[in-house]
Design a protein around this ligand. Structure first.
Ligand code: FAD
Length: 348
């Protein structure tokens, strides 16, 4: 009987949560909570009405206080903001963060731990899950019940419904674009969640915590919106042929107040840096308008932009796969179409 019990014939019973309580790992920059972390709070809300949501922030600089004040106001479902202040968190390195999650979970006993599926969450959640001896569910796009989730598989070509049967806490990364936060209705009063400091006396010096070292951040100063949250994205593919030609895409983006995206082929060819890559191994975007110029529409690219509200594609090959997902398609040469658009569009 024991042998049968341990086999898949007797599936493990799904955990029943005595009470729902969620810890959301939040990322902040310049005193502001990132929009993707607010989406993680929105996801926590959909676990159940009675869910109590705590937000965990860590850092070491003055902007941490500003971020905590903003977090306390940023979503009506937040019931407390936990702040961990230490030099270990000057940069969001996964090792000290994973240890922090472990310490906070031991005290708080949360039923769920959630982070957005960006490089921050994808770095921390698996390490923290290993410390807590649970298996995380990644890239969740829909929450059906507190232990039933939908996530894409096969580069977004199929959606898989999974039931979490492991022990508590259930750890998730969520796709921020699938949990956009509704704008608060005019006149509604924001509620202020209390801010609590995390007791780090048991944090200690641990080999694992100091295993990784921050060296430098390479980022470009740009006035363009962030690719992950932009309302309009203009993407160029390999067809642009050079970094010099890719500037046409950048000019068009400037005129439209849009973010710039690229295919992996364009990134690999060195036209643009790889933080602009959209797709399965790049960023997942879901803007109101997505314009693709000289993009073939490989499944790995589509996986990153198929949820865009309106898709416009320009490609000189009428059989290009991108036209299968496009709402508006133009069979034409981008070297003629883009200059014409630049000429006809009014200055911003
Ligand atoms: P191409 O496939 O070369 O297509 C260029 C297109 O431009 C063609 O359709 C052509 O008709 C058109 N064209 C040419 N000249 C013109 C012109 N003058 N005017 C108009 N149209 C023109 N790709 C991603 O984008 N993102 C990912 O995250 C990603 N992850 C991957 C992960 C794995 C494991 C693998 C194996 C691949 C991944 N890829 C990814 C690569 C993907 O398979 C494709 O190779 C890539 O998306 C192709 O980029 P492209 O459309 O720019 O280039």
């Amino acid at each position: 009987l024991r042998a049968f019990r341990n086999s898949s014939i007797f599936p493990r019973i799904a955990p029943t949560y005595r009470s729902l309580s969620t810890l959301v790992l939040a990322e902040h920059e310049g005193g502001t909570i990132k929009a993707s972390s607010i989406s993680a709070v929105e996801a926590a809300k959909s676990l159940g009405e009675e869910n109590s949501v705590s937000v965990l922030l860590a850092g070491s600089c003055a902007s941490l206080k500003a971020a905590a004040d903003q977090a306390a106001l940023c979503h009506p479902s937040i019931s407390e903001v936990l702040v961990a202040e230490s030099d270990h968190f000057t940069y969001p390195l996964a090792e000290p963060w994973a240890k922090l999650v472990h310490v906070v979970q031991q005290k708080g006993g949360y039923s769920h731990i959630i982070a957005a599926s960006g490089s921050f969450g994808k770095n921390i959640i698996p390490r923290a899950a290993a410390l807590l001896d649970v298996s995380p569910v990644t890239d969740v796009t829909n929450i059906i019940e507190s232990n039933i989730f939908v996530r894409p598989i096969y580069a977004g070509n199929a959606l898989c419904t999974v039931r979490y049967t492991g022990s508590s806490p259930c750890m998730l990364t969520i796709r921020a674009t699938s949990f956009s936060v509704p704008s608060t209705s005019a006149g509604s009063k924001p509620t202020l969640a209390p801010i609590d400091r995390v007791d780090l006396s048991t944090f200690g010096e641990d080999d694992a915590v100091v295993k990784s070292r921050y060296i430098k951040l390479s980022s470009e100063e740009t006035e363009r919106p962030d690719l992950g949250n932009a309302r309009v994205v203009i993407t160029g593919g390999r067809a642009l042929k050079s970094a010099e030609n890719f500037k046409m895409i950048e000019k068009l983006a400037e005129k439209l107040g849009a973010a710039v995206g690229a295919t992996r082929a364009a990134v690999d060819a060195g036209y643009v840096p790889n933080d602009l890559q959209v797709g399965q191994t790049g960023k997942i975007v879901a803007p109101e308008l997505y314009m693709a110029f000289g993009v073939s529409g490989a499944i790995q690219h589509i996986a990153g932009m198929r949820d865009s509200k309106v898709i416009v594609a320009v490609n000189k090959d009428a059989d290009a796969s991108i036209f299968q997902v496009a709402d508006y398609g133009l069979v034409g040469d981008l070297f003629e179409v883009i200059p014409e658009l630049l000429e006809k569009l009014p200055e911003k």
